[in-house]
Design a protein around this ligand. Structure first.
Ligand code: GLN
Length: 547
């Protein structure tokens, strides 16, 4: 890069939400990075929650956890998966956090005598966040949550408008993602919603440089010309953002459209042509692999795929690492609670995974499924709550600890094999009070965990309150449970496994947050390998693939 003033790319959305703004921003990041630029990201969220940590996954999807313990928006997961950038507290900022800082300052008396207003105080604070996130990078990709026209997003849009004024036109690019719906009855693509959305954007002073049009069928040149005309952008600045079979195809598609070339031209950046061959290889595997591995995910938020975004992707990466496709069956654990027969749906699977979660609902179903996997040599992977429920199952069934449970579900129970840590006992506030972020984990030599990671010490991300209760560690160990990963002081159990089972692994942390398509996480790669082995050893006429 020829100078050290970072460039700013702002990604806004119009017409409707859920157009894939996060994925588009991440893909643009991947393209810029493969051109040799140092990329940073920022997600501005318009809601009043200070962070998404206290929001239900039903409402907001997954909470993505960073190394430094930020409970953040799931788009940060896309940014990390698509690039080498590492997200921190500073890469996601909500209106709630901005207002909290400004109000704290007002209470301290910093504005004494002044009236505290949206412009300039709130907008200045947002700009501080933007400039902070861009520090040290060649290019900041800043995604503004919500859609243009929302009352809530106005301060953010005003702030990003001002950035152009502050740093100069040659340092900013505004990309607007809109929907161009295909109206089946008319057999036509309609550009009117895009026209209105661009009009709204211009009304608040932002002229888009690039329009990214989500559409089922590609926009033809004539339509691009029409969109360009009413948006006052060049015809070559209107791009298709077509549906893709695999999300990892998006950087390739956008490159084929010429988006990255246009963007560096607008920003006056001199950079090399991108090398997208790693992305092409992944897409190739996702498309052409001959084997399909069938994994059951047993959880609570099964109707909402966004709740397990990173997990689904990590499983996908594990499949890619094994040259296979993946088919996921989401099973509501409550349906497994009735009897042994209700567990028969697991037999058609090649492996089961119990993900993280909170609250008692469906716990007994998870425990029953884990017992089934343990007895039937079905590969099992338990993450956080998934590991805690595996401990409960083993304690009850193998170690014969009567009434074994977690303090979370049985607060007055006698046999709390999973319990609060000393330091957490006095905590009553819910926001940001968990064990959060990256902690080291020491792996036992000769364990499966050690073989998979191929190293003695790993760092993984956490988000939980409860831990394996050390009072029961000896009894569990005597009954055959292997504590394959512990904190460096050995005070906390981080990983468990069982010998004599093809793959029975639990971890207190969330490995899914660190898996990337170009660097699949070893635990997911190992789990999928075991599942594929099970599939291969199945008699020919037995069904594969659960319904
Ligand atoms: N509810 C459990 C705890 O707080 C597990 C949390 C999780 O799975 N992320 O410890």
């Amino acid at each position: 890069m020829q100078n050290h003033v970072p460039k700013f790319v702002f990604v806004t959305g119009g017409v409707v939400s859920a157009l894939g703004k996060g994925l588009s921003a991440a893909s643009i990041g991947a393209l810029m990075e493969s051109r040799g630029l140092k990329v940073a990201f920022l997600k501005l969220d318009p809601y009043i929650n200070v962070d998404p940590g206290t929001m239900s996954p039903f409402q907001h999807g997954e909470v993505f956890v960073t190394d430094d313990g930020a409970e953040s928006d799931l788009d940060l997961g896309h940014y990390e998966r698509f690039t080498g950038a590492t997200m921190t507290q500073g890469n996601n900022c909500t209106s709630g956090r901005v207002y909290q800082r400004v109000i704290d300052r007002e209470r301290r008396g910093d504005y004494l005598g002044g009236t505290v207003q949206v412009i300039p105080h709130i907008t200045d604070e947002i700009k501080q966040v933007i400039f902070g996130a861009a520090e040290g990078a060649d290019i900041l990709i800043c995604e503004v949550g919500g859609t243009v026209g929302d009352i809530e997003s106005l301060p953010h849009l005003e702030a990003i408008r001002q950035v152009q004024f502050d740093v100069g036109r040659a340092h900013t690019a505004y990309i607007h993602l809109t929907l161009v719906p295909f109206i089946k009855t008319a057999g036509e693509l309609k550009t009117k919603p895009t026209q209105h959305s661009v009009k709204d954007l211009r009304a608040i002073g932002i002229s888009p440089d690039i329009l990214l049009c989500r559409c089922e069928v590609p926009l033809e040149q004539a339509l691009k010309k029409k969109v360009a005309l009413f948006s006052s952008v060049g015809e070559d600045c209107v791009f298709n953002c077509a549906d893709v079979a695999s999300i990892y195809e998006l950087p390739i598609k956008l490159h084929e459209e010429g988006l990255d070339t246009k963007l560096v031209e607008i920003l006056n950046i001199w950079s090399r042509a991108p090398d997208l061959s790693p992305w092409r290889n992944i897409v190739e595997v996702s498309r052409n692999a001959e084997r399909t591995v069938n994994i059951g995910v047993i959880g609570k938020y099964v109707d909402l795929k966004d709740a397990y975004k990173s997990l689904n992707e990590a499983l996908n990466h594990g499949a890619i690492a094994n040259n296979a496709k993946i088919s996921l069956t989401f099973i509501d654990s409550e349906t497994l609670e009735h009897d042994e027969a209700s567990l028969s749906c697991l037999d058609a699977l090649d492996g089961v995974l119990v993900p993280g979660g909170f609250g008692e609902r469906g716990i007994e179903g998870k425990i029953a499924a884990i017992g089934h996997a343990r007895r039937h040599a079905l590969p099992f992977f338990g993450i956080c709550l998934g590991m805690q429920t595996a401990i409960i199952e083993y304690a009850r069934t193998v170690a014969h600890i009567a009434g074994a449970n977690s303090q979370e579900f049985d607060p007055s129970g006698r046999a709390q094999v999973v319990a609060l840590m000393e330091g957490q006992k006095k905590v009553t506030r819910k926001g940001g009070t968990m064990r959060l972020g990256s902690y080291p984990c020491k792996l036992a030599p000769d364990s499966l965990a050690h073989r998979l990671y191929g190293t003695d010490l790993v760092h993984e991300r956490h988000r939980h309150r409860f831990e394996v209760n050390n009072v029961y560690r000896e009894a569990l160990k005597e009954a055959g449970m292997v504590f394959s990963g512990v904190s460096p002081d050995e005070g906390l159990v981080e990983m468990i496994e069982l010998t004599g089972h093809p793959f029975f692994v639990g971890c207190q942390f969330h490995p899914e947050f660190k898996s990337k398509p170009l660097a699949p996480h070893p635990l997911f790669a190992g789990f999928i390998a075991a599942a594929l082995e099970r599939q291969a050893s199945r008699p020919q006429n037995e069904p594969t693939g659960a319904k």
